[in-house]
Unconditional design. Structure first.
Length: 158
């Protein structure tokens, strides 16, 4: 399905936190209700510098395979919830930097959806940095969903 200028693309950053499921459910339900799409961003940490280039390449390939496996499960959830496959983005580097770079490069992304962490350490480093000093660099609205919401609570607000 080709994107038109009116399509809403809800971007979710895939990580391994428990609150990701809340952000993903919220984004899927909003996309389905508004005729939009879900995009998934997975940022891989770059491998440690190696003396042998082939070792670094192998580490990079293994990280990419693991990222694709992780994202595939979430992509299946997106298809089940919206009827459409997600738009996939894979990047290497720092999560915040790569997210901001993607938002600057891709005008099809309409809304960034993140879920706040539920632990005592706060909402999480990405949410904290984006609502702090990096908020002025965002080119799209950001929705922060409480990570502690149940499926029923997400359904009630979407």
């Amino acid at each position: 399905m080709a994107e038109t200028p009116t399509d809403r693309v809800f971007l979710v950053v895939v990580d391994e936190t428990p609150e990701l499921r809340v952000a993903l459910r919220y984004a899927c339900r909003r996309a389905k209700r508004t005729g939009g799409r879900v995009a998934l961003l997975y940022v891989m940490e770059p491998p440690e510098p190696q003396h042998w280039e082939t070792i670094g390449d192998l580490m990079r390939e293994e990280a990419r395979q693991r990222a694709e496996e992780i994202v595939a499960g979430f992509a299946d959830q997106v298809v089940a919830a919206t009827g459409l496959p997600p738009i996939l983005h894979f990047r290497e580097g720092g999560r915040r930097e790569q997210l901001l770079k993607l938002l600057a490069e891709d005008p099809s992304i309409s809304i960034l959806v993140l879920a706040a962490g539920t632990g005592s350490e706060g909402p999480g480093p990405l949410v904290s940095s984006l609502v702090g000093k990096h908020v002025a660099t965002l080119k799209v609205p950001m929705t922060i969903v409480p990570g502690s919401l149940t499926d029923a609570q997400v359904d009630a607000i979407t």
